[in-house]
Design a protein around this ligand. Structure first.
Ligand SMILES: [Zn+2]
Ligand SMILES: [Zn+2]
Length: 761
């Protein structure tokens, strides 16, 4: 028998292959097959392997790559080049990272929740990391929030300031240890330390700061906790007082607070958890998942006032678990800590300066945060995980596209819930959640996050994309950057960008997109928000839209939906009486009514086709919500009210040419409000909107010969409307598409902008 031919092979692997225990895995696989050579991380975040040995063994090695890869690794491509010239390498080794860079996009891992092995060690008294709050391994721990540069190696992270002790170093350099090359390796002796400070930043001298923090939380104190990506504000969920105090000091009247539950079992005591929700809750991403509250709800009603949902996440660091080990509470408030309209706080000194009046104590550590990252928020819409905020755990892992556009675009989003997006080859890299860019601080955060991500990915844009709105901060930044770089700037209409996000996500070249939200600037300076767009490639046509309604007092009508009702029902003879009866829900009471009537009479208002504003008006008519103190509030409360209702009115869809009527539906609600239950009317309003929008979209699809109908925009997070549209579209034998990779709200705008810009001629 002839001896098997010995070969030399070079293998390049792209995907999420750095920071996920990939090199130790390669080492073990090579050793198993008795292969020689080396593996190394490259600066462009690919992994390069050189192998020498018998062909069948190399083949077996390649097979084990995808079959046995570490749980968090993702292989996008594996390129193998063989040659017959062997170098005669003596052994298999893990080499130092190379600085070599190619043009292909690199992938930086997102933060990963503590793994089961580390959680076990955390609680084993004999383990040397027993009770160590920053316990991590190659399979878990912070990544994006600690990385300052590529390649992903210890010196390029904020752990660089903590030299390893001999024990940690021994693990780090032992190829068979589960912390081999774990860049965030640390222990009690050598790693970051945690300290408890009082409200003025003075050290509180206690033996176990975390245990003490837990005790203070269960006593109803408010604490600021420094985590991986920023500070959280934490307090008890069992009593109203601490929650109310937090609301007052944060000047946050109604906006729901996210909570962290001890476990899935604990969550089940206060919320419904379906299989879609359970999977998300327990995933290594550990997002905040929107859950239906149990009735009665045993926790404080002030957590999410007048909503039927509550945002829940499970612990994701050793510190979180240690806190729960020292309290009996099923859950704690855990909300991002930030000064008003500023991004989440990451710096210890700044936290003490800004939060000293809000909290009683600080639990801080001494590791710097390289990139801030808010918690992600997800909702299961019809059993489809739909991101509301795509941030920690997701960013900056790229979204794969089916094509590789030639143009590299950087897009900056709109104004609210901003993210940035870069399209490079067939990958779209989204930044973490930036927030509302109306303030200097948030605008700066956007620019920092963009340049950081550009550096990590090695990205130079050929074009920039922004919203049509000339006054958005993101538009101004994009204009300046385009000028500096001498690249074209593409202004993408708001709702078209939402449609683009659906096209990119589902690889469809043609779509009829139903795009519903609160506000976006249309072509010709109109306020849009209930659009049916026919899209062929980068071309778009506004095929239909919701009836335009007056916004009496402009933005005031958004804040106080009573003004929207006055506008929609302006031709009702008794509308003035209704206004008088509801005057207390206007900031100036009765005195405001003549002003509203005069504005109506003189037609001193702007028009909007917004879907959000119509839902707001129904909420006000039904007495569910009279003021919008946070984005989506009246509409979210209307949705909560609909639960258990029936579509009693069953209003027929009314589409006249391009116009989908809304006045008639609102009038129906107005006339029946005294003698029908609010849940039935609320559900009837939702059902009408879904039926009418779907009917209009299907008609457009038939006319244009388009096979896919999608639903995007913030209203697509409304489960009742989304599931009903989906049913009608599917019944019409058309392909229904919704967002599940990016938020349907404005957090997904940059993705759509970048995509549409990159396919433009
Ligand atoms: Zn681990
Ligand atoms: Zn150590």
């Amino acid at each position: 028998m002839e001896p098997a031919i010995s070969l030399h092979a070079t293998i390049i692997i792209t995907g999420i292959v750095q920071g996920v225990g990939f090199r130790p895995f390669i080492y073990r696989m090579a050793k198993r097959q008795d292969l020689r050579g080396f593996v190394r991380n490259r600066a462009d975040a690919v992994v390069e392997i050189t192998l020498e040995g018998e062909k069948p063994r190399i083949d077996a090695f390649l097979q084990s790559l995808s079959k046995e890869k570490p749980p968090l690794a993702r292989l996008d491509s594996v390129q193998v080049n063989y040659s017959e010239t062997e170098l005669g390498l003596p052994d298999f080794t893990i080499e130092k990272s190379s600085q070599e860079r190619t043009k292909s996009g690199s992938v930086i891992p997102p933060d990963i929740a503590i793994c089961a092995d580390c959680l076990k060690e955390l609680r084993v008294p004999a383990d040397r990391r027993h009770g160590y709050f920053f316990i991590t391994c190659t399979n878990c721990g912070p990544r994006y929030t600690t990385i300052v540069g590529v390649p992903y190696d210890r010196p390029n992270t904020t752990m660089d300031k903590f030299p390893m002790c001999p024990n940690c170093r021994a693990e780090y350099t032992n190829p068979i240890d589960r912390r081999f090359h774990a860049q965030t390796i640390a222990c009690q002796t050598c790693g970051p330390k945690v300290t408890l400070l009082d409200g003025s930043g003075e050290l509180v001298d206690v033996e176990d700061p975390i245990r003490e923090a837990g005790k203070l939380l269960s006593e109803g104190k408010a604490l600021a906790l420094k985590g991986n990506g920023g500070f959280h504000l934490a307090t008890s969920t069992l009593q109203d007082d601490p929650v109310e105090r937090l609301r007052r000091s944060k000047d946050r009247r109604n906006k729901p607070f996210a909570i962290m539950a001890r476990s899935t079992e604990a969550t089940l005591t206060f919320a419904e958890v379906g299989s879609c929700e359970c999977e998300l809750l327990e995933s290594y991403i550990r997002p905040i998942v929107l859950l239906h509250k149990k009735n009665p709800f045993p926790l404080s009603a002030l957590i999410s006032p007048e909503l039927d949902s509550v945002g829940v996440m499970l612990p994701y660091t050793g510190m979180h678990y240690l806190i729960f080990d020292s309290v009996g509470d099923p859950a704690l408030i855990m909300t991002s800590a930030n000064a008003p309209n500023e991004p989440i706080i990451t710096d210890n000194k700044y936290a003490i300066q800004r939060l000293g009046s809000v909290v009683d104590y600080f639990l801080v550590h001494d590791r710097e945060i390289a990139q801030r990252a808010d918690d992600s928020v997800v909702r299961c819409v019809g059993d489809m995980p739909t991101p509301i905020r795509r941030s920690r755990g997701y960013a900056p892992a790229p979204i794969a596209l089916s094509k590789s556009p030639k143009i590299k675009t950087l897009a900056l989003g709109a104004e609210l819930n901003v993210t940035a997006c870069m399209i490079l080859g067939n990958k779209a890299y989204l930044s973490q959640h930036i927030g509302d860019t109306e303030t200097v601080e948030t605008a700066q955060f956007l620019e920092n996050a963009v340049s950081h991500l550009q550096r990590l990915v090695g990205f130079e844009p050929d074009a920039l994309a922004c919203d049509l709105h000339p006054k958005f901060t993101t538009t101004k930044i994009a204009e300046r950057m385009a000028k500096q770089l001498s690249v074209p700037l593409r202004r993408i209409q708001h709702h078209h960008a939402h449609a683009g996000s659906l096209m990119a996500e589902h690889s469809v070249d043609e779509i009829v997109a139903i795009v519903c939200d609160g506000f976006g600037l249309g072509y010709g300076s109109q306020a849009w928000g209930g659009e049916i767009l026919a899209c062929h490639g980068a071309e778009v046509k506004r095929a239909a839209h919701l009836e335009e309604q007056p916004m009496v007092g402009g933005d005031l009508a958004t804040r106080y939906p009573v003004r929207m009702v006055a506008g929609i029902l302006r031709n009702e003879p008794a509308i003035q009486d209704w206004l008088k009866a509801n005057a207390s829900h206007l900031p100036h009471g009765k005195a405001e009514i003549p002003i509203v009537m005069r504005q109506l009479y003189r037609q001193d208002f702007i028009w909007t086709s917004s879907c959000g504003r119509v839902l707001d008006s129904v909420a006000a008519l039904l007495g569910i919500s009279y003021e919008r103190t946070y984005e989506g509030e009246p509409a979210m409360k209307l949705e909560a009210c609909s639960n258990g209702g029936t579509d009693a009115l069953n209003i027929k869809p009314e589409v006249n040419g391009e116009i989908i009527s809304t006045t008639n539906m609102v009038r129906n609600i107005y006339e029946r409000r005294a003698n029908m239950p609010a849940p039935d009317l609320a559900l009837s309003a939702h059902a009408y909107m879904a039926r009418a929008l779907a009917a209009a979209a299907i008609a457009v699809a038939e006319e244009e010969g388009i096979k896919a109908v999608g639903f995007s925009g913030g209203v697509a997070l409304n489960e009742i409307i989304a599931s009903r549209i989906r049913r009608v579209v599917s019944d019409a034998k058309l392909q229904y598409v919704g967002n599940s990779a990016v938020p349907p709200g404005d957090g997904g705008i940059s993705f759509g902008q970048a995509y549409l810009s990159s396919i433009q001629q």
